[in-house]
Design a binder for this molecule. Structure first.
Ligand code: EPS
Length: 388
């Protein structure tokens, strides 16, 4: 049994849809559980004018009855409020008037390659779907995955560790789920107060200079059972599945798991997590350099995944490009845009980690009703003597 999340919709079209297939029946869902994460995704210093227009909320149109999942595909709809300003340009059906085409691809965006591949002359046919607006639909579906994981004792959180040249200081202790309680009150979703101030300053300064900013977010999942994922074949290794999911987020170009890039430079004796056993704790480790994964399987320690985001490719002072109609040199499309979305990308990262981990629980424990899943999980925990 696998879990699937599919989205449809364009940034300025009528709306977005998310379909999640593979969740068990009997899971309790409240509208506020979906909308909390959707609102969190809209926060963050550095967003542009669009976020003043949208107030994202998901309407369930299938798979949920009286607040419980039925076991079939779940459909969620998110309206684009901005569609009111784009009705003619983005109408699904032919319109009377002339709609101007976009012919100025932005370096770093899907624009040019997308038009070549899909035989479109209008760049808008590509940029509308490539837009990170699509992540609103992912987050709605991801909230369902988080609710499923919550019923199994798993919590997924995120924080920002770098924006442009500003890095949050390395933490002296391992984080727990409680450490994330206040993270959304930082305007950049950073756990360090000093770094928050420096990051806000960096965004303001670079935005004034017509620049966009990238950065790094970290997602951690707590309460996992050991043995999710598998070493037996490449596509079941959880490291690989997580890397793909994080790299699928718009503008993410790099992923690391645990202390990946740091341990690459260390001798083996300082790179791994030694194993201990006590009758009270069972098997345990005192470090978590592996980020909670060994051999493509969860160890039971916190899962730690980072995503590195490039600066957004829509620039208010555009880069050089070519007019695809005339093939003459031209400046790239200049559009309303965000200058920094790393804080929002962290929330999307939570979604993607929740999806991959929830899928791993579905594959391992099956079950048509949530009670069946809990029963199978309890039996496994007992078999391996897992106490945490
Ligand atoms: C985006 C450009 C901006 C962002 C958008 C992603 O939209 P607009 O072109 O309407 O100003 O605000 O993100 C969202 C709308 C969202 O909900 O996150 C892009 O080109 O990727």
């Amino acid at each position: 049994m696998a879990l699937r999340l599919t989205t449809a919709g364009e940034s300025h079209g009528p709306g977005l849809t998310c379909i999640v297939e593979g969740l068990p029946a009997g899971l309790q869902i409240r509208p506020e559980d979906l909308n909390r994460d959707m609102a969190r995704r809209q926060l963050g210093h550095g967003r542009g004018g669009r976020m003043k227009i949208e107030r994202d909320s998901a309407e369930a149109t299938g798979g949920i009855r009286h607040g419980r999942t039925l076991g079939g595909p779940i459909a969620l709809q998110i309206a684009n409020r901005d569609y009111a300003n784009w009705e003619e340009r983005m109408s699904p059906w032919p319109v009377e008037g002339e709609v101007e085409e976009v012919h100025l691809p932005r370096p770093g965006h899907a624009d040019l390659v997308g038009t070549q591949k899909f035989k479109h002359s209008d760049v808008r046919n590509i940029l509308e779907r490539a837009s990170a607006r699509e992540t609103a639909a992912r987050v709605a579906g991801g909230a369902l995955c988080k609710l499923f994981l919550g019923a199994l004792g798993v919590a997924v959180h995120s924080h920002v560790v770098q924006i442009a040249s500003v890095r949050a200081p390395a933490l002296e202790h391992a984080l727990t789920a409680q450490d994330f309680a206040q993270v959304d009150s930082s305007p950049v979703r950073c756990l360090d107060a000093q770094a928050t101030k420096a990051m806000v300053r960096e965004i303001d300064e670079l935005r004034k200079a017509n620049e966009s900013l990238g950065g790094v977010f970290e997602v951690q999942a707590f309460g996992l059972v050991p043995g999710l994922g598998s070493h037996v074949s490449w596509e079941q290794r959880l490291d690989g599945r997580l890397a793909m999911a994080i790299c699928s987020i718009q503008a993410v170009k790099g992923v690391s798991i645990g202390e990946a890039f740091a341990v690459a430079g260390l001798p083996g004796s300082r790179a791994h997590d030694e194993i201990f056993f006590s009758t009270e704790r069972g098997y345990y480790r005192e470090t978590n350099r592996a980020g909670g994964l060994e051999g493509g399987m969860t160890t039971g320690g916190p899962l730690i995944v980072r995503g590195a985001m490039k600066p957004l490719p829509t620039l208010t002072k555009p880069l050089r490009s070519v007019d695809t109609d005339t093939r003459e040199p031209a400046l790239a499309l200049r559009e309303r845009t965000d200058s920094c979305t790393v804080p929002a990308a962290g929330v999307v990262g939570e979604t993607m980690v929740a999806l991959i981990v929830a899928d791993a629980y579905r594959r391992k424990f099956g079950g048509d009703h949530i009670d069946d899943v809990i029963q199978a999980l309890d039996a496994y925990r007992q078999r391996i003597g897992w106490r945490t």
